[in-house]
Design a protein around this ligand. Structure first.
Ligand SMILES: O=C(O)CCC(=O)C(=O)O
Ligand SMILES: [Fe+2]
Length: 215
């Protein structure tokens, strides 16, 4: 019998757009980038969680981690990907990880994410998500859950890129993907409740005497 070569199924176009944008520019913003069922699963999860399910977000990592209300005033809820209601989010973020590794040889190893709630007045000043040389967070992924976000509602994500300043409205279904070490960004003060999910793909930083924790 002749050999049969089976091509893998074509990836969804949105994953292709995300990986090629990231590779070309170091960032990409895609309205309706998040599949509907994934958005719905996250919206439902956030609705069940309620306002008390969040805690004040910290700035930095490890021992120097601190709360600084002048830098950041949002509240977060870390997502446990084993939660059955989060299966669509886990599967989609995993398919993006696999796709980025396949297309761009990024060697992304793990993923961590949190739901964030910005109340009216909350913001996050300009920062980068990772520091060069620490080889931890490589790629940042932010997805938005807010129906009918209007121009005057504030809460824009601003990306400071080589291509210029990019303003992103936190509209339901929009996805922003960018290199964690390269792209400074900020969240302008929100004027209404604003919900997002932020996640980070990481390299494996484990060594024989230190197992890299997932967070
Ligand atoms: O919610 C956003 O638009 C971005 C949040 C962010 O920059 C972060 O959590 O590091
Ligand atoms: Fe950030």
């Amino acid at each position: 019998m002749d050999a049969v070569f089976v091509l893998p199924p074509a990836p969804p176009p949105s994953l292709e757009t995300l990986s090629s944008g990231l590779e070309q520019y170091g960032f990409v913003v895609l309205p309706d980038g998040l599949p509907r069922d994934v958005t719905q699963a996250l919206v439902d999860y956030a609705a069940r969680l309620g306002a008390d399910g969040y805690h004040a977000a910290a700035v930095g990592r490890g021992p120097e981690q601190q709360r600084n209300p002048f830098v950041r005033r949002n509240r977060v809820h870390w997502l446990d990907e084993r939660h059955p209601a989060l299966a669509p989010w886990r599967d989609w973020s995993e398919s993006l990880r696999v796709h980025l590794n396949r297309r761009s040889f990024m060697g992304l190893f793990s993923f961590e994410s949190h739901l964030a709630h910005y109340r009216p007045g909350d913001f996050y000043r300009t920062h980068v998500d990772a520091f060069r040389g620490e080889a931890n967070r490589m790629v940042s992924l932010v997805c938005y859950l807010n129906a009918d976000w209007k121009d005057g509602d504030g809460g824009e994500l601003i990306l400071y890129t080589d291509q210029g300043t990019i303003t992103v409205l936190p509209t339901q279904g929009t996805v922003a993907l960018f290199l964690s070490e390269e792209i400074p960004h900020e969240v302008k003060p929100a004027r209404r409740d604003r919900y997002s999910v932020a996640g980070w793909y990481r390299l494996n930083g484990s060594s024989p005497d230190r197992v890299d924790p997932p967070r």
